[in-house]
Design a protein around this ligand. Structure first.
Ligand SMILES: Nc1ncnc2c1ncn2[C@@H]1O[C@H](COP(=O)(O)OP(=O)(O)OP(=O)(O)O)[C@@H](O)[C@H]1O
Length: 482
């Protein structure tokens, strides 16, 4: 569970923090808040509880906030520390940010801003501390995100990560939205030389350009209207660490020029400043845009593209990853079963699997996750059946799974038999009934024959004979066992 420690002698601050994180989920878990009123208690709790983020008041009786920050930072240089400071006295906070503090807030605290900053800090901590394992190499005690995939294209991605991680060079990760670019960036970080230093992720498309510039490079007081104090940017704050620039194809040309200089010289100036600052960051960039075509049309700088493209990793879309879809379904099914507390869930019926396998997944793995999560929540029984899947997934398959006629087919069967003067009506009707019942039960149990036999009240052997005799084919069944 993500933990947050508040060190402040003002008792109203922890109360406000608890309100700010109320209902917040980080990596699917709620946030736990503890509080210390003094510096010594704060240090003690920091080392016993190992919080993921610390919110620290700069002015504490009998202690210097800056010294406290130094101790906290030394103990865990990757742990985000947010400062709370009374208006006007932010110099210490700015100095601390140069040393790697995460950000600072002014008193009186503003609840939405507090929630936003705490979320970013907790999320950032999660990205740094949740290792990314490749394929099936989980097993150490650290929390692990897994990059799932066994097909040739996935193996190619693993090889590229392995090749480039330790080299400390810039990497460009390419792929459609939701294919796992951030996961790959984190895998590079976790397998690289800078894994003991911070990892910061910035989505360049989510921040307006003017703000992005000061977010990355910082600004001086008075640099523009509203710049009422100096700001330290991520490239300065994250010196020694790794920065993940997501959606780099969405930046403007002036921004690209500044990034190119940073990549070439590791130097920059804050917005409105003339002091050149030296840094040491590893950049991992990602995009889903066609950068070559953008270079041709003048939307993206060719020199920046060549600099970024020295080493690139292409992640193919999910629809080109064959049976990896099924592996991912299995993986997420057991994860969501656990996270959503759906202990009754047994698996997915073969027909539903067929739909999932044939759908084109325009939103890639992210869409697959969301479809499965919703299907689990919508399913009324222990097995996910086609009706639990959204219409677009059911509509997308080239060959819709065959439906076995319900017993209402009995009427045409009987009428046909009367017309033909059949003398085998009893056997034909029973076969229709049997086929319907056996298929429905197998569907319900996700193809699990033991459970189906139990529900039908017959032995496994006679169920097997019936399946064979009726010519019922059981396609792939995906279970949800952890
Ligand atoms: N191969 C994979 N194995 C397991 N989980 C995956 C895999 N690929 C992606 N995911 C999961 O899918 C979700 C989306 O992945 P991610 O955010 O890395 O995609 P992205 O390509 O960076 O997307 P965007 O371009 O929209 O930012 C994440 O929750 C990620 O953990």
């Amino acid at each position: 569970m993500p933990r947050l420690l508040v060190i402040d002698d003002d008792r109203s601050v922890p109360l406000m923090v608890r309100r700010a994180v109320d209902g917040l989920q980080i990596g699917g878990e709620p946030v736990e808040v503890s509080a210390a009123l003094t510096a010594s208690d704060g240090l003690r709790l920091a080392s016993t509880e190992r919080p993921d983020v610390v919110l620290l008041d700069l002015v504490l009786p009998g202690a210097k906030g800056r010294d406290l920050f130094d101790s906290l930072h030394k103990e865990d240089p990757k742990r985000p520390v947010l400062f709370v400071t009374a208006g006007g006295t932010s110099d210490t906070a700015i100095e601390a940010m140069k040393q790697g503090a995460f950000d600072y807030l002014l008193k009186p605290l503003d609840l939405p801003k507090l929630r936003e900053l705490l979320t970013t800090a907790l999320e950032s901590r999660r990205l740094m501390s949740t290792k990314v394992g490749l394929s099936a190499q989980a097993g150490d005690s650290m929390p692990t995100d897994l990059f799932i995939g066994r097909t040739e294209s996935a193996v190619q991605v693993y090889k590229s990560i392995g090749l480039v991680a330790a080299q400390d060079v810039t990497v460009l990760v390419r792929g459609e939205s939701g294919t796992g670019k951030e996961l790959v960036a984190r895998a590079i970080y976790h397998h690289g030389k800078r894994q003991d230093k911070p990892f910061m992720a910035i989505n360049c498309a989510a921040i307006p350009d003017a703000l992005l510039e000061s977010e990355l490079f910082g600004h001086e007081k008075g640099a523009f209207t509203g710049a009422d104090r100096q700001r330290i940017g991520k490239f300065e704050q994250c010196s020694g660490g790794t920065i993940f620039l997501d959606e780099i194809g969405d930046t403007t040309l002036p921004m690209q020029a500044k990034m190119l200089r940073l990549l070439q010289e590791q130097r920059f100036e804050r917005v409105g400043g003339n002091v050149t600052i030296k840094t040491d960051v590893r950049v991992i960039a990602a995009t889903n845009r066609p950068l070559e075509a953008m270079v041709d049309s003048g939307e993206f700088r060719g020199d920046l593209f060549f600099r970024l493209n020295e080493f690139s990793i292409d992640i193919p879309p999910l629809r080109e990853r064959g049976d990896d879809v099924l592996l991912l379904v299995e993986f997420f099914l057991s994860r969501f079963k656990r996270e959503l507390g759906q202990t009754e869930l047994e698996g997915i019926a073969p027909e539903a699997v067929t739909y999932l396998r044939h759908y084109a997944w325009p939103g890639n793995v992210r869409e697959l996750q969301s479809v499965l999560r919703k299907a689990i929540l919508h399913s009324s029984g222990p097995v996910i059946v086609p009706k639990d899947l959204p219409a677009e997934v059911r509509g997308g398959t080239a060959e819709p799974p065959k439906e076995t006629g319900p017993p209402s087919d009995l009427r045409p069967l009987l009428e046909g038999a009367f017309a033909e003067n059949s003398d085998d009506i009893y056997a034909d009707s029973l076969e229709l009934m049997e086929r319907y019942v056996v298929t429905r039960i197998l569907d319900r149990t996700g193809g699990n024959q033991s459970r189906a036999a139990k529900m039908l009240g017959i032995t496994r052997g006679s169920l097997r004979n019936k399946i064979r005799g009726l010519g019922i084919t059981i396609e792939q069944v995906i279970g949800s066992d952890d």
